[in-house]
Design a protein. Structure first.
Length: 324
């Protein structure tokens, strides 16, 4: 069982790790490597980091990350020679691209959706040129006006168009369900908020490049199980978020914007979650997305160190020697 970390311990440990960044922390990424194919991934905005390309590449390598989310807008603006230089630099640091966020707003009115869809081919082409091949987004689990069936149809129709464009540019497209009861009951009409429901939506979209973005937080809050994970294959999973939950809060009262870094409390059974990913041969990115105020308040170097170490500690569960 993971020992809960106090806020003071959490902040102090992050400061210490920031000083150790470099070869010592980089070497720790071998943790779990004998059993895992997935990477220690960085999506800067998920941990409150505002640094962008190209500076974020060197920071990611310094703190032991193995992959980093590509920025479609930035890549689309690069000439071919600079794109090639950036790819070479990533490779020299032992980094690779992971999963980009979807640059299309499909949850609002049709005009907004069509505007994003028209711009998508340029972004998808930039990702393909850069050698990136994964894109992900989330499904809002409620709607103020649309019933479940109407919302389902709108999502299936719109996301089918998105998936077609992405597929034409060699991109896998991942969808994430959002599990907390406090969110899917927050507006009049609940929508997709479990793995089973998301798989029904993916079947309705009916495109071969569409899969799931898994999140240990949503897996936990939705009441999904190890069996649900083991029913998947590597081809089904595009990306993965790893988070813990606040202690002493009943699962149905968990708030989506109040999470913890992996291994912070031990509320979520990350050993089972990660073990299932190993069993299905998942080979994509695993990143932290804690929506955590103390983490966001840290200096960038502290936040990077804390997120990287939390992922490494979680991966150590795969060898039965999680860091104390």
């Amino acid at each position: 069982m993971t020992r809960p970390a106090t806020r003071r311990h959490f902040l102090a440990r992050a400061a210490g790790l920031a000083l150790l960044a470099g070869p010592a922390l980089r070497a720790a990424t071998t943790t779990g490597r004998a059993t895992r194919k997935f990477s220690i991934d960085l999506v800067p905005g998920m941990i409150g980091i505002e640094s962008g390309y190209p500076a974020i590449v060197d920071q990611a390598a310094k703190f032991g990350f193995e992959s980093i989310a590509p920025d479609p807008a930035y890549l689309a603006g690069l000439p071919d020679d600079r794109d090639a230089q950036l790819r070479e630099h990533l490779a020299s640091l032992g980094l690779k691209y992971s999963a980009a966020g979807l640059p299309v707003e499909f949850r609002k009115d049709d005009a907004t959706f069509q505007q994003g869809l028209e711009a998508l081919p340029k972004a998808a082409a930039a990702l393909q040129r850069a050698g990136a091949s994964r894109v992900g987004t989330y499904i809002m689990p409620n709607h103020a006006e649309l019933t479940y069936s109407a919302n389902f149809k709108q999502h299936a129709d719109r996301l089918r168009e998105v998936a077609t464009v992405l597929g034409d540019h060699g991109q896998r497209f991942g969808l994430e369900y959002v599990g907390p009861k406090t969110l899917w009951t927050a507006r009049r009409h609940p929508f997709v908020h479990s793995m089973a429901e998301l798989r029904e939506l993916i079947a309705a979209i009916d495109r071969p490049n569409v899969g799931l973005v898994l999140d240990s937080w949503h897996w936990y809050t939705a009441g999904d199980t190890e069996a649900d994970l083991l029913a998947l294959s590597n081809d089904d999973v595009v990306a993965c978020d790893l988070n813990d939950a606040p202690a002493n809060v009943p699962v149905d009262q968990q708030i989506d914007q109040k999470r913890e870094l992996p291994m912070a409390t031990g509320v979520i059974d990350l050993k089972t979650f990660l073990g299932a990913l190993v069993q299905i041969g998942y080979d994509g990115p695993v990143r932290a997305e804690p929506f955590n105020a103390p983490l966001n308040a840290m200096r960038d170097d502290q936040a990077l160190a804390a997120a990287a170490q939390a992922l490494m500690d979680a991966f150590a569960l795969l060898e039965g020697n999680a860091a104390k």
